[in-house]
Design a binder for this molecule. Sequence first.
Ligand code: PRX
Length: 654
Amino acid sequence: MTTFESVLQEARLFAPSSAFMEQSHIQGLEHYKRLYETAKADPDTFWGELAIRELHWFQPWDRVLDWQPPFAKWFVNGKLNVSYNCLDRHLFNSRANKPALIWEGEPGDTRTYTYAELHHDVCRMANVLKDLGVKKGDRVGIYMPMIPEAAIAMLACARIGAPHTVVFGGFSAEALAGRLLDAEAKLVVTADGSWRKDVINPLKIQVDEALADGKVPSVQQVLVVRRTGQPIAMDPERDRWWHEMQPTASPQCPAEPMDSEDPLFILYTSGTTGKPKGVVHTTGGYNLYTHITTKWVFDLQEDDIFWCTADVGWITGHSYIVYGPLSNGTTTVMFEGAPRKSNPGCFWDVVERHGVTIFYTAPTAIRMFMKLGEDLPATRNLSSLRLLGSVGEPINPAAWMWYHRVIGGGRCPIVDTWWQTETGGIMITPLPGAIATKPGSATFPFPGILADVVDMQGNPVPENQGGYLVVTHPWPGMIRNVHGNPERFHRTYWDPIPPKDGHYTYFSGDGARRDEDGYFWIMGRVDDVINVAGHRLGTMEVESALVSHPAVAEAAVVGKPSDIKGEEIVAFVTLEDAYAPSEDLMKALKNHVAKEIGAIARPAEIRFSEALPKTRSGKIIRRFLRAMAAGEAITGDTSTLEDRGVLDQLRGER
Ligand code: PRX
């Protein structure tokens, strides 16, 4: 794991090779510094020039930035369409027959769409959505497997100006209903099922359950894509098959001119309190930010084959499978499968089969592959790879080195990219032709990003001292609001650190430090968010799920370090009088959480106890529980505890 000690010892430096540097967009440290300083001195000109150069606008903007903290408007009054930038413009610049999307299904089926073909299908889906009553501004839920139609649905929504809200296919019916309800979705695009580790995940059944009993009254129609082929129930009033509507839908659909600040999508993410938050991203700023970060961080070249292994249900899939790569006219790879017992080497097969040149994955996956051994990658031809990326969690130096040596053959730079659902795109990262990397460090902020490490008052902390990771100037890809809850937007991101010299500070919720060379080292969440295998889960969400079970009186959830997943969930549970601890109950509670939220939230451990450690005012002291879960000694002040006997009891000493 990346601990303070382990990263402090890390002194290895990997400079870009001259060959890599010479072909890259940003060549060498001086180039990066120049760019960074220019952007810092005059951000509006920097972003404005990029927006003109990199995107197509139907109508230019009047002003680059209107900043009424904490509400930002980027490219004010500009008109554009993200689907146009991702598709139409490539048809006129000789990319019409270039593969836009290479897809491989878990059972091994493949499909390739050229830009012209993808454009056709997106237009068809857009027309189908219109036929089903979706209008500009209506929200559309997308609950899909990793199949091309997921990307097609997103782009179709963007084309007609209907903000999408993609819900990860691994989330439960409950979780889906909550998100659809909050977003007031009018229609849901789904599939009969998805392939997940050789079994069918019955998506349509989950949608039926989510919508049952009028639970989500806004949803009027469901568009179903056939994927797994098992029989499913279709409501004649509500449900329509995509394959029945697609052939007669016109492949012409003009892209709606959208205001730069019209919402493009809402994506739900866990926080420290209450329900997941609907993070709102808008059109112009998000399009530019994902476009330029994809281009520079992954150093895109015309013939690259870009594979990001995320699911489109997460921000990484939105920004670096769909919008960023396609806006650049790149070939993007989409893979439905996951490494599993029957095919542990499937990732490397995909790299070999499709000649992937840029590979972007999470440390959890890398650590899992490390455990599986070097034979799997060694028996595949990975020579097409030229650049590797990491995202989602801190990458420990040992995993970094393995990734570099075994997957990258020692020749591929690694970009360790720090960012969040809220930031829209990559924020702190090496630019691979410019910045020498240190294993475990995300290095430096992207040009135009003013990141800092500060104390609770907003004062920068000395070098090598841990503090809060913040951003002190707005950027185009930033979260615009929490859907339907501006007060929560304020409270979560802008209230924790007071404004400094009139500058509002974005609070990321992460801890970090900067070393003597100015490199950023991300130290993980400082709040009650647990990062399990690169997925964010709020402790309170899991606790709410637990207490909704009749046996549970009280629950407290903490993260525990895990070799593979980064963190695992440990739940401390007190039971109602009528229940006694048992293996069966433990299992039942784990399943209950999985059913309420999704399998990713299933606790690794449940510990029953008679009471939880609390302060006199009744607040659970998680610090003690975290130490206990990690098997560490409890240090520090225990005098705030209401009943010190609780600790002995939790340790099993009483
Ligand atoms: O704690 C940080 C961690 O993931 C969180 C964001 O999670 P999410 O919004 O789901 O987005 C994940 C993909 C962008 C952050 O607050 N995180 C993300 N990337 C890194 C990271 N931690 C360390 N190093 C990273 N490269």
